[in-house]
Structures are given as structure tokens and as C-alpha cells.
Design a protein around this ligand. Sequence first.
Ligand SMILES: Nc1nc2c(c(=O)[nH]1)N[C@H]1C(S)=C(S)[C@@H](COP(=O)(O)OP(=O)(O)OC[C@H]3O[C@@H](n4cnc5c(=O)[nH]c(N)nc54)[C@H](O)[C@@H]3O)O[C@H]1N2
Ligand SMILES: Nc1nc2c(c(=O)[nH]1)N[C@H]1C(S)=C(S)[C@@H](COP(=O)(O)OP(=O)(O)OC[C@H]3O[C@@H](n4cnc5c(=O)[nH]c(N)nc54)[C@H](O)[C@@H]3O)O[C@H]1N2
Ligand SMILES: [Mo]
Length: 774
Amino acid sequence: MATKPPTADIDESKLRVKAPATEAVGVPAVMHAMGMSLEQMGVVRSARALLRVNQKDGFDCPGCAWPEEDKRHIAEFCENGAKAVAEEATLRRVRPEFFAQHSIEELLTHDDYWLGQQGRLVEPMILDEGASHYRQASWDEALDVVADELRNLDDPDEAIFYTSGRTSNEAAFLYQLLVRGVGTNNLPDCSNMCHESSGTALTATLGIGKGTVSIEDIHEASLIIVAGQNPATNHPRMLSALEKAKNKDATIVAVNPLPEAGLFRFKNPQTVRGVIGDGTPIADEFVQIRMGGDQALFQAIGRHLLEQHDARLAAGEPGILDQDFIDGHTSGFAAYAATVQSTEWAELETATGLSEARLRELGDLLIASPSTIVCWAMGLTQHKHSVATLQDVVNVLLLQGNVGRPGAGVCPVRGHSNVQGDRTMGIYEKMPEPFLAALDSEFGFTAPRAHGYDTVEAIRAMRDGKASFFMGMGGNFVSATPDTAVTEQALRNLRLTVQVSTKLNRSHLVTGSRAVILPTLGRTDRDHRGGIDQRVTVEDSMGAVHASRGRLKPPADDMLSEVAIVARIAQRLFSGPDAAPNAPQADWAGIEADYATLRTHIEHVIPGFEDYEARIAKGRTFFLPNGPRDARRFATATGLAMFTGNELEYPHIPEGHLLLQTLRSHDQYNTTIYGKDDRYRGITDGRRVVLVNKADADAAGVADGEIVDLVSVWTDGTERRAEEFRIVHYDTPERNAAAYYPETNVLVPLDSTADRSGTPTSKGVVVRLERRTP
Ligand SMILES: Nc1nc2c(c(=O)[nH]1)N[C@H]1C(S)=C(S)[C@@H](COP(=O)(O)OP(=O)(O)OC[C@H]3O[C@@H](n4cnc5c(=O)[nH]c(N)nc54)[C@H](O)[C@@H]3O)O[C@H]1N2
Ligand SMILES: Nc1nc2c(c(=O)[nH]1)N[C@H]1C(S)=C(S)[C@@H](COP(=O)(O)OP(=O)(O)OC[C@H]3O[C@@H](n4cnc5c(=O)[nH]c(N)nc54)[C@H](O)[C@@H]3O)O[C@H]1N2
Ligand SMILES: [Mo]
């Protein structure tokens, strides 16, 4: 039997600190995940669920977007994948009686952990204007409320439609059609806060907003640089792929301000060596960089390559750049070379915290490598100068022709399991014209062309009274976005907020004048509709598409899938005598009864999905076309891969302040808190810690273990405060601190965003430590 949900919030006075771990996974990970699975699902359901994760006829893991290996283990085991499954497949339920017992006001006093642990949402709920409690509603009533509000908007651009990254291709495609049918491109998504900087940099330089490597490339690479990423926690299955590469003699370089456990030693529970031996050392080199110093690092490497190339040519030796590739496939080389050669080494040393000799040594690793891949995640994307940083990553790879050949390329490691697919399906506030034109002709209407709001722009619009309606297709907008106090007020300005969700979270409690909760099926649930068990499809971080079919008994009998919910809203708005004049035309009921209908529409609108149904049959996977990878084809303005000259930037931290990164603990999935421990970093039974260098704590006059407030300062003089964080001495560069998200989102100023991508700078918040007066 599953156990009951916790009755209390996290008691931070219980928090304990131990030495951080030096290895990841192994048997303790299996035990830990098993414990959580049993608590949430009981024995039988745990076995049923875990045997089906990532199997060819099973469901896609709702954890991360790392691709599946071609040969799968019987139980492809991943601790955090298992926790993601347990969290969704839990037997705990949030029933209407729960909402009758607890007022919104009371629920707001609980933390994200308590809220998320209450269980699955099962019935549509409505919060009437002025009411203190949600009340149960029928599906028809709840969907009518949503459709009526949309029908009566003064202007379609008053409506905002958010998407998180677990939504299937089918649901995402239908949802963007609904939104464009309403008449707006206001489709902010979690990607705006995540890999938007990657998309912006890669589109500008390589002509595609995605990575250019496959899982086989990872196995075959000679050198893999893993920068700004903590795979042991966030992409555990990546460690198996890195282990494979290591076994073929790859060199692995970890670039991180923190010595993250999994970067050092990995005990693969699938191998004997991982269970009873020492495991595999992963990183050959650990580069402990200053936060925000990565652009300088890649500029230094590029500069070293250029200098060595010239020196070798002058000595009559062969050069080290791929001259044929540079001449035949790229443009902008001269401007790039001039830019990187104009910076002083001293400045590169200051920005990175590494010596010139060390920087050159890292450059030598690239010179020695016939095929190099750079992998990255949030440590590189959530800074003010992230787009420039990533363009400098691309520059370095282009120098040696490391794009579009085996074992080489760019690898932005995506977060949510279908965040990449959602973009492919049109969840984007500025979808390009060819997509919109194809949508028009498939559905006999005219999609709006003016760009919509991204996430930060959406918050501004709500704050400034330019919006009246918000709908969230999954996710937890209130907790995931920056500047919590501003965002909460912004949402409270609205007339109606609607959340399509699996689990209870803060976004159900910070509402417009009225609110609707539409509970929905998740990836693991059987979706029996139209007389068949429906399948959906997802795209992984490497552009591979495959089907996913839930197998577990859903939390309630009359639950609707995301597809069914959107189809029913579309039917209300776009069919019958009251249909809007410019409504998209489709068989909405037919779509709900058979998602294959939807895949046929997708096939007509989006290139690369030809023969969709046949290519996903029998658990098969197919690859979407990828110009740079397949044929060194670059869809940029020039048709060539673009070198770019980017002026060097790095954070300037004012005297008496620290730069704070807001990151994930081992027991959380974004705003979903699975548990109270961050095992690898040695933190247990609590979350309100700030990891600081001892020298910085000493300078601020605060002791290890002391409780402080974190105060962020923004350029306009405004201050934000997060209270009661415990100081933990940690091996982080001086002036660089770390604390968990979402507790620290209150500190991130709304206007503190990355240039060009608009991503909140969650890894670069200027703060000071303030002693609490007793
Ligand atoms: N279990 C679990 N899995 C997840 C998630 C989860 O919350 N839990 N979230 C999913 C999502 S949506 C995403 S986007 C990914 C996130 O995956 P990650 O990006 O690994 O997540 P973060 O915890 O934000 O970790 C950022 C890492 O970057 C480092 N870092 C910070 N600043 C810098 C810098 O300036 N330079 C460098 N080189 N490194 C820096 C940090 O020390 C840390 O190791 O994981 C996905 N998978
Ligand atoms: N300070 C700071 N802020 C950050 C980040 C950071 O590193 N630091 N990271 C950013 C990143 S990378 C991301 S991706 C965002 C994440 O932002 P979001 O994607 O908005 O947040 P999640 O916490 O992943 O959303 C969890 C909720 O999604 C719902 N859910 C789960 N599965 C499903 C499903 O299958 N269908 C539906 N309809 N709902 C479902 C559940 O109700 C759950 O409560 O946060 C961003 N915010
Ligand atoms: Mo993400």
C-alpha cells in the first residue's frame, strides 16, 4: 500500500549538513528511488510502472529529455526517472473533499513540497468570484467557463497561453491551433526560461535551434566538454552514455563552479563494476570556473587554436584548423578572429578564474581531439550574456569543422521530456511564416502574424493590465517564473486563470478573480478513448521521435487527456452557429476519438513527419531532419555556418556582494519537491541553504550554520529579500554562491534577462548576505 501524504511542511530546523559525495548513482540510488516508489505507488503498481519506463511499447519517461539507448535494459534504471514516475503514478488523490476542507488562504501557507505531495487532481474545480474555496464542477460546466471567457475577450491578445514541457506532440499541436484560432500568438513556454538562449544562438549561427548530435555521436566522440550541467541529478541516463564514451577512450572535461558528484565517479547499477566495484571515473579534467566565465573560456580556447595554427604554419607544419570546412561552409571567420585576438589574457584570466597556462592546456585538448562535442544546460543559458557565450561555443567548434560529422557537434541538453517537441509543434510566440502558412491552408483560416509574448513579456502584460485571461497547459507558472511577488500580483489582476494539471501546485492558489482547475492524464496513465488505447508521441533532446503509451489505471474514470480537453474547448469555440468567423476547420470530435487524425494534420503542416503513423508503429523511433548534422546544410541568411565576433562579457559583482545561482537539488523536479535531501551535496532534511565560499562568509562576518537573509539588488535601486537561509561553507569559487530554486525566485528581478533571448538570469543574481537581528 502507498503511504499517506505528509501532514507538515518542511521543518528547516531539522536540516543537516554532511560532506558532499564524490560518486553518483550506484546501489544507494536504486534503494532511494525504490523507497519513494513504494511510498507513492505500493508494490504492484511500482513494479508495473518501472518495468514500462522507456521500453519500446511502454511510456516515455516524464523525467528528462535525454534520448534512449538503442539497446535497452529490462528496467532502464534511473533514480530520478523513477522518482518522476512515482510522483505522477502516485496512489494519493486530491479529491473535491480536500478543497472543501482547505481554503485557498490556508493552502497558500503551505510549501511546494506539501502541496505537491497531496496527490493527483481528479475532478474539475471552479473558484467563483469572491469564493474562499474551490468547488467541484462537471466537465461541461468547467469547459464552458473557459470557452465563454475566450469568446468574450475584447481583444484576442488579452489572452495568454503558457505551456510546460511534458505536453505530448499531439496535445501541443492542437493547443497552438486553438490559440491561433482564438487569434493570438501569446504562447509563452517554459523554454523561454530554459534553453531559449541556446535556440537563439544556434539559429543565428547554424540555422537550426536544436543540437546537432545523436546518441551514437556521444559514444564516438574523442572529447566531450560538459559545461554548466549537473547530469547526475538532472540527466542521470547521460552518465551511461558518458561511461560508454569513456570506455572507448574519450576525454571528458567538466566545466562547473561546483564539483558536482556525478562528474567524478559513476556507479552504473546496470553493471557489476557499478554495483560491487569502484565505478567509472567520468571527468578527466574538472575546470572550476567562475560563474558567467564561460564566454571567456571559449574565447581563450578559440584564441589558443588560432595562435597555434599560425605558429604551426609558420614552422612549415600542417595547421590545426579545418581550412576546407571554414572556406567551404562558413562565413565571418575574419571578424571572429579579430574579436578574440583583441582581448588581453589577463582579462580572460579574471573572467574565468583560471590561469593562461590552464586555459591553453584546455585548448591543447581540443587540438589533440579529432572529434569534439560540447554539452551544456542551465549553467550556460541563464546568464545575461548567454547568447554570446553559446555563439562563442559554436565558433570554437567551427574552427575544427566539428559540426556535421560523426562524434562532433553541439549538444544542448534539454530539460522537460517533450520541451523540444512542443517547439517543433508550434508552441512559440514567434513561429516562422512557413509554419503559419501551412497551418492556414490545412485548417482553412488565417493565423495571426504579429508576434506574441514570451514568458517575461507575458508577466509584464498581466502586471500592466493588458491581459485578462491566463491558461497553463501544465507547469507551475507562479513558482517557476522570476520575481515571485510581481508575478503573483500580475496573475491576481486577471479575470480568469485556468490550469490544466496533474498535481496540485501554487499556480492553483494564486488566481484571477475566477479560476478553473482541469485535471488531466499524465504520460503513465492509460488513455482509453474512442474505444482504443491512445498513443502520443514525443521528441527527445536529439530530435528523435517515438510513441508513448500509458499503461496504468488512471486516477479516476472520467478523466480527460490534454488532447480531449483542448479538442472540447476548440469544439465549443470553432463549430456550430456561434463559431467565430475566422475559425479553424477540423473534426474536433474525430480528433478526440483518434489521435492518429491529429498526426495526419501534423504530417501535412510540419516537414519531417511524412508517413508519421507507420514510422512510430511497433515502438520505432525516427529522426527529424537536421541540416547541419545530415548534410552540413545551414539554413542561415547566407546558407553558411556563421562565425560571430562577440564582445567579451562577464559578471561584475559589486563590492560586498555575491553572485547567486539558483539551482536544483537532487530531490526535486523544477517546482515539484520530491523530498528534502540533496544527497550528493550533503544536505539533508531541508532546503533553505546558501552554499558559499568560506572566505566570503568570513568577509560578511557570518558563521557556518548561521541563518541569514538573501537580499538582491537591481540596477534601479530596488531590493528583494528571501528570508532565513542557512550558511553552508562549500567548495565554490569566491564571490559565487548557490541556493535552490524556486525558493529564491523572489530574488530574480523581472527585468534581469538575457540579451536577445529574454531568459531570466537565474544563474546570475547579485545578492548580499544580511545577518538577522535576533
Ligand atoms: N531530477 C531532475 N531532473 C531534471 C530537472 C529537475 O529539476 N530534476 N529539471 C529538468 C529541466 S527543465 C532542466 S532545464 C534540466 C536542468 O539541468 P541542469 O542545467 O543540470 O540544472 P541546474 O540545477 O540548474 O544546474 C546547473 C548547473 O550549472 C552549473 N553552473 C551554474 N552557473 C554556471 C556558470 O556560469 N558556468 C558553468 N560552467 N556552470 C554553471 C551549476 O553549478 C549546476 O551544476 O534538468 C531537467 N531534468
Ligand atoms: N530561479 C530559477 N527559476 C527557474 C529555473 C532555474 O534554474 N532557476 N529553471 C527554469 C526552467 S529550466 C524551467 S523548464 C521552468 C519549469 O517551469 P514549469 O515547467 O512551469 O514547472 P514544473 O515545476 O516543471 O511544473 C510542474 C507542474 O506541472 C504539472 N504537470 C506535470 N506533468 C504534467 C502533465 O503531463 N500534463 C500537465 N498538464 N501537467 C503536468 C503538475 O501539476 C506540476 O505541479 O522553470 C524555470 N525557472
Ligand atoms: Mo528546463
